[in-house]
Design a binder for this molecule. Sequence first.
Ligand code: HEM
Length: 441
Amino acid sequence: MTTTDLTTATTGEAVDLYDPDSYAAGPPHAAFAALRRAAPIHWQPVAAGPAAPGYWAVLGYAAVDAVLCAPELFSSERGGVVIDDLPPDRLAQMRNMLLAMDPPRHRDYRRPLAHRFTHRAIALLEDRVRAATRAIMSETVERGAAGATVEFVGEVAGQLPTRVVGELMGLPPADWDYVHGLAQLLNRGQDDDYGAAATDATSSESTVPAVPAPAAPEPAAPEPVPPTVEMALYAAGFAARRRTEPPSEDLTSLLLAGDFGGRTMSDLDYGSFFVQLVTAGNDTTQTMLSAGLSALLDHPDQLAALRADRALIPGAVEEILRWANPLHHFRRTALADTELAGRQIRAGDRLATYFTAANRDEAVFDNPDAFDIGRSPNRHLSFGKGEHFCLGAHLARLEGRVFFEELLTAFRGIERAGAPVRVRSNLNNAFKSLPVRLTPA
Ligand code: HEM
């Protein structure tokens, strides 16, 4: 039975996990649960296009864990990490990114960066993250937030990762919004509202977009420059400028001077890392903050509990990550014939590790559909696991905690001012609009 047949039989509704429209009203949790209860993995057929003939939808917690923790068998590099197959040149370019490297090369590139992202190193950034957050809250008040409708996603939540990633990379503040805008376009190629991005991606899922080869000729036709290309060109120019300046404490200096398996980074390597760090750190965090507020508004008792006791905020951030995980899945490609949860996987098969389903596996989480900020333990998989575990997890957690602390301090009242609107995507579990009314403290 395919995913569609089975969900029709069990929920009365055919659900195609590949179709972005299946996520229009929110993730199809009932279908995920019905499928997961029937078996931890299922074949999702795809009739045509870059994901045909289909892929294994890995839904059970233990099965997702097993795939993520076996990079020697389930590769990020072979077919990249988005479910659609890419043309060879774009795949080759994607493989310049940490996210799409297999060991041992992956370890050569991750090791020099890891010390900048430890819990300890990130904790040192707290004062800067708090200053940036307070500035965002004050600007929101100054813009006349009282009584007016605020577009929370872009005007408030999206501002924090823009500034934090900008500082981390050492970008000039004047460029932060520009870079954030490009990062947003890159992640939203399946949504017609972000038309420019659609021209970018051969894959419709551009979390990890490719960087063009430096010698690629500029197109003669007056086509719009895809955001991937624009960001990579920006990064190359920035790298060239920074190579002429004395090194500083930011990640750009580290990347440009680092030893990655016996070699230093070219401007092209830097461009790939830049695009990955900026896109990985921007949209996901914006989603965590906006989806988090939305979840709290839907659970006013828990919002009140947070207001009464700020010590509950770190647990609330974990529950937001579990319950409203910003990314639905990543792809792996099987390198050899193998068996997974009783199913025969062939070398070359695609697999999608659905964090959205694994995070609600009743074998691991009690009452998994309930949003519970006191949940403990909370071993969600929203940052992945194993070899590619999110490098920015401590940073994202710090941003989440500080953001909600400062939001609740700055505003004594937060209420909805309209219906939220979701991004059309089978990968990004994101809102593009979350209108709220804020009452300053
Ligand atoms: C709520 C926010 C975030 C979420 C949900 C998230 C999610 C993830 C996930 C699921 C992976 C694993 C990918 C895989 O297994 O194929 C990952 C990897 C990664 N993330 Fe994050 N991320 C977030 C924030 C950040 C931030 C703030 C940064 C840095 C500024 C960052 C940088 C990275 C990098 C560099 C990788 C690749 C690591 C590797 O391949 O070794 N992420 N992220």
